[in-house]
Structures are given as structure tokens and as C-alpha cells.
Design a protein around this ligand. Sequence first.
Ligand code: ARG
Length: 568
Amino acid sequence: MLQKKIAELAEQTGYWVAAEALALLSIPPDPSHGDWSLPCFSLAKKLRKAPKAIAEELAAKFPAPEGFAKTEALNGYWNFYADKAVFVQNTLNEIKEKGLEFGFAEQKNKTVAIDFSSPNIGKELAFHHLRSTMLGNSLALIFKASGYKVERINHLGDWGTQFGKLIVIYLRGNLPTDEQTLSNLTIKELNKLYASFSVLSKENPELEAQARDAFARLEQGDEFYRKLWVAFKEATLKELTRIYKIMNVDFDHYTGESFFEEQIPSVIEELQNKELLVNSQERDVVLLGEEMPPCLIKKSDGSTLYATRDLAAAIYRKKQYDFEKCLYVVDNGQALHFKQVFAVLERMGYEWNKDCEHIPFGLILHKNEEGKWEKGKTRTGTASLLRDVIEAASAKILAVINEKNPELANKEEIATKIGIGAIVFNDLKNRRLMDVKFDWDAALSFEGATGPYVQNAHVRLCSILRKSGKNTAELQFKSNELLDESSYDLIKILSRKGEKINAACESKEPSMLAQYSLELAEAAHKFIHNNRVIGSAEENSRLFLVYCAQQVLESVLELLGVAAVREM
Ligand code: ARG
């Protein structure tokens, strides 16, 4: 890697250590200013010299390192111009050697636990769970590519007052409770029950209290209630696993809230022993000072809360996985909850609380009947449901395929992959804290910053490779045949894959890779447009570049959780 050469040289100057210089290296926006540039601004104070003078001194004193044509000083930057042929040779050889894993980091022997998706049982997966699922899945893949061992955790919301609600409404409707009926329950029915609870409880406020009692009974182990609860959970899991399968998302652990039931008494005891628990307004709480409301641990009827279970879960995860980091990919609305939980851990004396991090994200908005953007609500059953979204997206893409390429084999499967890719990409392309406007037509379009656009670039690369009829991974290339502007630009972008993965990992922003995939797609389209590949005098070199671009694009799409389809 040529960047390393710059870092080594920077260390020789005595002004930087190599790793520091590597992190500082940037790519000049104007290519006529070189391939990389090392800013000298941070040295000004220490050396009592203007950055401009420092850069000039360095450029005059140190000859260009091996692999570079020249270096130059410009406005406080020390600019490096690669020897293009060497750069092309190195980059493409490395892709040849590493294939899809080009740009991946070495194994670190460290674990990251990622809590994502984590929907509530008894309800359909709603839009914000879709965001958590997609962000979490992509982050898990990015951390893995960055050399971490990843534990994918689904902290299902399978415990809490909401089950009291479901039980109350189920029994109130006199619905049958024989094994047969219970095992055939569907998520749709459960969702309807939820919706009817919210409607009914408005007229009958006593239902809320009944629901709390029902949950307390469930928590105390009432057999009949447990039987209902198991049935609700099974019905939901059936649907969830179906959706995860379509989206190609999986988990190492389905440890939901109920899983921690057994550990809760010891957590409460620990809180007591550490004198953190106080009784306030008939509830046991941990006081968190001025800046935060107290964290609720136990209600007067003895039932525990969301936060109690999160405390138990965090302690369990640390013991079980000895994580370097524990990430919670949960919507921004829960920011206070996580602040409280992490603060309680700190008061318990767990220094690793600083390794727990809430990874928040914005809302998904969709248009209501009046054409206004709004957030969907699940409890009342009005949210657009993920399943419908996936099905509708796939149907739209299938219509396009039927028009343009009706003979395509497996077209339903491909349409589903593109439809889902469109949803995922639409979600991941912007920084995660931004609200996502879900605009169907824009997201499913083959033009613009969309999943289908990037997938289509990959399809074009694949189709050239297929048509060539050659074993393209093994081709010999000549780097001096790849120095024209659009080839060289593409290669430069390819070379940045590792740097982009690293940046996405550090900032926990899959959007960085989504933006990178757009850059890749655009450069690939441009290269194909400007250069005839098959039948040209440079055929082998160009085909090899097509192969390298395909490998990088495939891998980046996969890291986003978007299928890299080969035909459409
Ligand atoms: N089930 C929760 C919800 O849907 C999200 C759980 C997130 N994870 C956690 N450890 N609290 O709002």
C-alpha cells in the first residue's frame, strides 16, 4: 500500500509517528494536487512555524518515496503524487490476491456484542425495527470485516406489561385456549388484539390496571398465563424468522427480556448490597442525581421493568462474551433509557459501562392520506408493516423485469432481492440520525442514489465478465494499459475500500459504505461508457479491472446487507 510508504517517510521526518500520519492522510479533492496529502497544520504550534513553511521545508528536504513520481508543498499540505503504473499494479495485485476480502482488517481477537432488531413479541415488525435490523446487520458485517468477533443479539421484547394487555384482551374476547387454536395463532391476529386493546382501554380505563395485574401474575409463574404467553411468542417468532430469512439477517442469540428473569433477583440484591436502591413513591429506584430522572427497578406489585432487564442483560453479556464494546442499535427515542442504564452500571462499580454504547437512529416517515410525512404507529395497527413493504417493493420490481427482461430465470427471487435491496439502501444511505422519508418511487428507481442503481452497476460488470467467456480472475493485466482517466479514477476508488470500511466502523455509520458504493457504481458506469472492453486491444487488462471492480462492489453491497445480484 502506497499510503504506508508515506507514513514511513513521515515518521523519518521526526514530526509524526507512522500511525498518526496514516490517520491524517487525506485525498485532495482536486486530483491535480496529487493522490494523497499530509496536512502540516497540527505542527505549527510545536514548531512555531507557519504550516506553509513546514510543508515547503519537508518537500524540499525529503525525496519522493519509492512508488511515487514526486512530492510538492501547497498551502500547508505536503502532497504526494503516486507513480501511477506502480499504484495500479499494487492495487490490482492486492485485489487479485484477497478477492472479496480486499480491504478487510486483520483479526483483532476482540469481541463486539451488537443488540439489534429486538422487536416486541406480539406485534408485527414495524418500520423502526426495520431500521434497527438493517443498521445492526450492516454494523455486524462491518465490524467482522474490521477483524472483530461479533455476537449478534436479539433482545426480544418478550416480557412486560404488554403481555398483560394481550392476555386481558384475549380472555375478555372469550377466545379458545385449547392447544390447537393456540398453536395456530398468527401475528396478524395478535396485532389486531393489540389494536383493540388500545381502543377498548380508552373507554374502560380499568383495563390498564387489569393488564398490570395480569403481567404480575405471569411474572409470578401462573401456568395458564404462561401457556398463553408461550403461544404469543411462538406465533411472533414464526413470522420474525420468516422475515429475517428473506432479508438474509441472522442472530447468534435470541436472548429476550424473559431470558433474564432468573438473574433479576441477584441483580436486585446486588443493587441493595451496594446501597443503591431507594424506595420512592412505592417503587424501588436508583437515584441518578440532578441530570437524570431516577431509574425504575421494581414496581410496588413486585414486577420488574425494562431497565431492570437491561441491567441484567448487560452484566450477563459482559460475563458471557467479555466484550470490548456492546452496541445497542435502538431508535433515538430511547436515549434516556440507555443513559440511565449505563449510569446505574457505573454506580454499581462496573467500569466497562463506558464500553456500552447506544447507537441511535432517526425515524422512518411515510406519507399520510393528506400527503404529509409522519411517523407510523404500531400499537393502533396503522403502521405500514414490513411484510407489506417487502411484498409491494418486490412486486414493483417484478413489473419492471417483466417489461425489460421477461425471459430472466428466477425472476421472482431476483425481484425480491432488488426490492429488499432498495428498502435497505434507502435506509442506510443517509447518516443514521437523520429521519428517513420512505418515498416508494424514489427508492425503487434504477436512477439516482438508490439500491437498484448500485445493483445495476454490479449486474453490468457481471455481464461483461460472463460475455468474455474467460476466467477473468486469472487474467494478466498490464498496468500501463489502465492509465486513462476513467480507468485510473476507478482504480483509485477501489483502493479506498479498506479506509472506508474502517471509517464506517469507527463512526458506526453504514452510510459511509453506502455513499462509497454510489461512488463505485458511478466510476464503474463511467469506465464502461468510455472504454470498450471486449474486442479491444487492451481487452485482458480492462477485463481484469472489470473483475476487480465487481469484487469490490459485490463485497461492499454485501457489507450493507444488500444482495449483489448478477442478473436482472
Ligand atoms: N424491544 C424494544 C423496543 O422495541 C427494543 C429493545 C432494544 N434493546 C435493549 N437491550 N433494550 O422498543
